[in-house]
Design a protein around this ligand. Structure first.
Ligand code: XMP
Length: 173
């Protein structure tokens, strides 16, 4: 597995992103809306660096079905979500690729009555975005390759790698 971003680089950058988030929210209570399953490792690392009053809500979204090829079809399950009316939400996802997932999530959160909605992603793929959406916070911009590790998977494997790797020979078309 070729390393794209080392574990140490990720940890350093998560520190910085946490500081940026703290600067924006201060002591404001927030609800982190984690987009399962890819958000899990980033979420676990990030929240331990945040000191404002914080709740966690989870939503499941999938647009890839076990491979690195997008199905184009977004499936969202939000029955785990608590009442988000009047809450300040920070949506957290592993990667911004075409923008489909996060664009939908932002609209959905507004419909659920959020007081404010911001977006944080660990990775932002350059040159892939189809729907304009500027994340409020992001860790790294990466070239267009299929990446795994630190929560990101290929066929549900590799999520436990502490670094971001490029899966040999599997590159998005
Ligand atoms: P969109 O296109 O909606 O995609 O912005 C976001 C979701 O697609 C998955 N995705 C990836 N997963 N390696 C992965 O393991 C990748 O390179 C990759 N690119 C997109 C991911 O689930 C993300 O939430």
């Amino acid at each position: 597995m070729q390393t794209m971003i080392s574990a140490a680089e990720i940890q350093k950058r998560v520190d910085e992103v946490a500081a940026e988030i703290t600067k924006v929210y201060g002591d404001q209570p927030i609800t982190i809306v984690g987009v399962l399953t890819g958000c899990l490792v980033f979420l676990a690392d990030l929240i331990r660096r945040l000191e404002m009053p914080l709740r966690i809500a989870l939503v499941q979204a999938s647009s890839y079905r076990g491979t690195s090829t997008t199905s184009g079809q977004l499936k969202v399950q939000d029955d785990l979500l608590p009442d988000l009316r009047g809450k300040h939400l920070l949506i957290l996802d592993d990667i911004l690729d075409t923008g489909q997932t996060l664009h939908y999530m932002v609209g959905h959160m507004h419909k659920l009555g959020a007081a404010s909605v911001r977006v944080a992603v660990l990775l932002r793929k350059v040159g892939r975005q189809k729907i304009p959406l500027d994340p409020d916070f992001f860790g790294f911009e990466i070239p267009d390759a299929f990446v795994v590790g630190y929560g990101l998977d290929y066929d549900d494997e590799y999520r436990n790698l502490p670094y971001i790797g490029i899966l040999g020979g599997v590159v998005d078309p």
